[in-house]
Design a protein around this ligand. Structure first.
Ligand code: S3P
Length: 447
C-alpha cells in the first residue's frame, strides 16, 4: 500500500508505504512519463527555432514546467502543457526578449545551466536568473567559467559561482573547452551558446555524457561534427534552427524504479512500455543485468532519432557488484535506486567515481547512506561513493527525501521490501520528474 498524507500545516507531504501482502507480486504493463532531459531540450529548441515545434509525450513534471515558464518570459508562445500535443511557436534565436522579471529555474539544474548558454550569447540584453533553495546551492561555475572564457559577462554570489545570477549578453567567441567532468549540462550549455557564434565551438569531455542535445540540434538543422572516440563535439555556428515534431520517449530514469521494484518483490513481472534506450543512458540496464536482474528488451524501434523499447522485468536474485569508471555518467541519476537494489542483493556492492552525486538536487551519497541506513541497510559512505553489504533485513522507519525527487522514489521502492510501514517525509518532491509516481505505486501494490 502507498498512501500520500498531507502533513499540515507545512506544505510537505508524507508518503506511507507498506510492502505488498505476502504472496502478492507486482504485475502488469505500465507507461512511464516522458524523458526529462529530452522534454527540456524540446521546449528550449522549439522556443529558439524558426516556426512551429510540436512536442508529443512531454513530461509534465515541475522541472520542464520551469523551463516552459522561463522561455515564455523570453517571448516564446507555448500552448497548454497539459495537452497531448504541446505546440511551441519559436521566435528565432536572435529574438529572445529581455524579460521584465527574474527567470526562475525552480529545482532544475538542466533549465538554469542550458539556458545560461543561450542568454550569455544575446548581445545587448540583460537577464537575472535564480532557482529554489537546492538550486541556489549548486555549482554554476562549471558553466560560467567556460562561458567567461568565450567572452560572457555573468555575475553571481560566492565569487560568481552561485545563483541568483546576472547575465549581460555579449557576442561570444569560438572556443575549444576541455571539460574536467562528464556533464551533459556543461556540454549542452556550450553547444547552445555556439548556436549564435560565428565559427566553431568544441567541447571535449572525459567520458561520454548523454547526447540528447547533439541528436536534437541536428534534427533541428544545426551542423555538428561528432568525434565519439575522443568524446568531442563541435557545433558550426551560426546555426539557425527550424521547428520540428519531437516525440518524447519514456524516461529510463523513471523506469529504473520499477525495474528494481519488480526485481526485489518475489514473483513480480512488469512490462514498462515505450522507454528511451539511448546508449548514453542505458548503464542502469547493464549494471542490473550484471547483478542478475531478469530484464529483456522487446519491440525495439527508433522514434524521432531516439531508440525506444518495451522493458520486461521479472523478479530475480540479485548479486552485489562494482559500479565505477566510464559507466557512471551513463547511470548518474540511477545511483540512488541502484543503492536500493544493492541493499537487496547478496554480497557487497561498491559504487565509486561518483563524487558528482554530492552536487545533485541533494548530496545523494550522504542522504542515501543516512536514510537507507535508517531502514537497516549496511551502507558506508566514501568521498566518491558507497559500499553496501546486501541481504540485511530492512525494517520500516521514518525517512526524509531532503526534497530530492530521486531520493523520495528510491526510498519508496526500498520500503516495498522492508518489514512494516515506512514514512517518507517531503515525498511531494517526486513530482519534479514523476508526478504520477505515487498513483502508479498504489496501483501496482493493490493489483
Ligand atoms: C542532465 C544531465 C545530468 C543529469 C541531470 C540531467 C541533462 O546532469 O544528472 O538529471 O538533462 O543534461 P550533469 O550534466 O550535471 O551530469
Amino acid at each position: 500500500m502507498a498512501v500520500l498524507h498531507l502533513s499540515a500545516p507545512d506544505p510537505h507531504q508524507t508518503l506511507q508505504v507498506t510492502p505488498p501482502a505476502a504472496g502478492l507480486a507486482l504485475q502488469g504493463r505500465l507507461r512511464i512519463p516522458g524523458d526529462k532531459s529530452i522534454s527540456h531540450r524540446a521546449l528550449m529548441l522549439g522556443a529558439i527555432a524558426e516556426g512551429e515545434t510540436v512536442i508529443e509525450g512531454l513530461l509534465l513534471g515541475e522541472d520542464p514546467r520551469s523551463t516552459a515558464q522561463c522561455f515564455q518570459q523570453l517571448g516564446a508562445k507555448i500552448s497548454d502543457l497539459n495537452s497531448e500535443r504541446v505546440v511551441v511557436q519559436g521566435i528565432g534565436l536572435g529574438n529572445l526578449q529581455e524579460p521584465l522579471d527574474v527567470l526562475n529555474a525552480g529545482n532544475s539544474g538542466t533549465t538554469i545551466r542550458l539556458m545560461l548558454g543561450l542568454l550569455a550569447a544575446q548581445p545587448g540584453k540583460f537577464f537575472t536568473v535564480t532557482g529554489d533553495d537546492s538550486l541556489r546551492s549548486r555549482p554554476m561555475s562549471r558553466v560560467i567559467k567556460p562561458l567567461q572564457s568565450m567572452g560572457a559577462q555573468i555575475w553571481g554570489r560566492h565569487q560568481n559561482s552561485l545563483a541568483p545570477l546576472a547575465v549581460q549578453g555579449q557576442a561570444l567567441q569560438p572556443s575549444h573547452y576541455t571539460s574536467p567532468i562528464a556533464s551533459a549540462q556543461v556540454k549542452s550549455c556550450l553547444l547552445l551558446a555556439g548556436l549564435s557564434i560565428d565559427g566553431d565551438t568544441t567541447v571535449t569531455e572525459p567520458a561520454l555524457s548523454r547526447d540528447h542535445s547533439e541528436r536534437m540540434l541536428q534534427a533541428f538543422g544545426a551542423k555538428l561534427t561528432i568525434d565519439p572516440e575522443h568524446h568531442r563535439v563541435t557545433i558550426h555556428g551560426p546555426a539557425p534552427l527550424t521547428g520540428q515534431t519531437v516525440v518524447v520517449p519514456g524516461d529510463i530514469s523513471s523506469a529504473a524504479f520499477w525495474l528494481v521494484a519488480a526485481s526485489i518483490v518475489p514473483g513480480s513481472e512488469l512490462v514498462i512500455e515505450n522507454v528511451g534506450i539511448n546508449p548514453t543512458r542505458t548503464g542502469v540496464l547493464e549494471v542490473l543485468q550484471q547483478m542478475g536482474a531478469n530484464i529483456s528488451l522487446e519491440n525495439e524501434r527508433l522514434v524521432t532519432g531516439e531508440p525506444v523499447a518495451d522493458l520486461r522485468v521479472k523478479a530475480s536474485t540479485l548479486q552485489g557488484c562494482t559500479i565505477g569508471g566510464a559507466v557512471i555518467p551513463r547511470l548518474i541519476d540511477e545511483i540512488p535506486i541502484l543503492a536500493v537494489a544493492a541493499a537487496f542483493a547478496q554480497g557487497t556492492t561498491r559504487i565509486q567515481d561518483a563524487a558528482e552525486l554530492r552536487v545533485k538536487e541533494s548530496d545523494r551519497l550522504a542522504v542515501m547512506a543516512s536514510e537507507l541506513g535508517k531502514l537497516g541497510a549496511k551502507i558506508t559512505e566514501f568521498p566518491d561513493g558507497l559500499e553496501i553489504v546486501g541481504g540485511q533485513a530492512l525494517v520500516g522507519a521514518d525517512v526524509d527525501s531532503f526534497t530530492d525527487h530521486r531520493i523520495a522514489m528510491s526510498l519508496a521502492i526500498a520500503a516495498l521490501g522492508a518489514k512494516g510501514t515506512t514514512r517518507i517525509h517531503r515525498a511531494e518532491a517526486a513530482a519534479i520528474s514523476y508526478p504520477e509516481f505515487v498513483e502508479t505505486l498504489s496501483h501496482l501494490c493493490q493489483a
